[in-house]
Each structure stands twice: as structure tokens, then as C-alpha cells.
Design a protein around this ligand. Sequence first.
Ligand SMILES: [Zn+2]
Length: 178
Amino acid sequence: MAIPIDVEVGLSDLMKRRTARGYQQSAWIKRHSLPVISFRINMPGPVKMNHASLKVMNAGLQAVRKICAENGWTIIGSQKINEKTGPEAMICIQVPSATLLKKAMMEIENTHPLGRLMDLDVIDAEGKVISRQGVQLPRRRCLLCEKDGKLCARSRRHDLSDLMAVIEEMTHDYECYA
Ligand SMILES: [Zn+2]
């Protein structure tokens, strides 16, 4: 199926997708009884599926595979989901603990050149989301200023065009210099 690129989505689309994602996550955990990474892209504005978000997804999947290989963790299964609500992936990992996996995912989020645009959630074998706060790491900063990114997004502190310009630049630089 063709990827629905540059389509605007609304809150109801995102809510519907969130519900579907929850069911998919539960099904994966039930099937494998192992931690699952739910990978999504941070993309501001009404277009979630675009060339930038697809680039970030591919770079992130590479980084996940690399960190798993380095740690000797086996990827049991993975699935890409390309809906208009943005690229997503679910990855099931044979790992000694979900907390270890979360720490590795946060290393990617914090050190990868595009990590700031990646949301690598980890859900443990009981279906519980391991949060950043749960492993005592600070919330993530905004793309444009020093404040908490979630607060800037909620208050729409910045122009969408400024945010998109930064994202374009990040993904362009990554492609050219990585
Ligand atoms: Zn900000």
C-alpha cells in the first residue's frame, strides 16, 4: 500500500490511532511476553507523515538494531506502520529487563543527531510503559528554546514554520554528513 504522504490529520485521527496502537501493543506483548519498543516520530503541526518523519524513522530503526546488536539482545519481531498519522514501528526484543532497554532507547533519543525527533517508548512484558521519569531522567527540551518541549508544544509558543525549518535542517544535515 502506498504511504499517505503530506496528508493533514486532526486530533480525532490521532486519538483513533492511539487506541489502535494500544491494542496492537497489547497483542504483541501477549504473543511474546517480552518488552516491546513503540517507536513514533515527534512531528509538530497537522502533517505527521512526510519525508522528514520517514527519514527519522529509518535512522532510528538503524540505531535500534545497532544498539541491540552491541548488547547482544535479539530482535524477535518488528513491524512498520505507515499511516497518515505518522511512521511508527513496533519492535519486540529479547532483553534481560525493560529498564535496560529503556535506558538504551534514551541513549538514542539523547545522543543520536535526530534523537530529539524520536519517541522510543518501552512497554514491559506486563504491559506497563516505562517512563523517562521512572528511570529518573529529565524531560526533553524544546527544539527551539531551553524550555520543556511538551510545554512549548502545548502553549504553541513557536511558529510551526520555525519548527519545521529546524526539522528540515536537522534531517538534511543528517543525510549529508552521517
Ligand atoms: Zn520552546
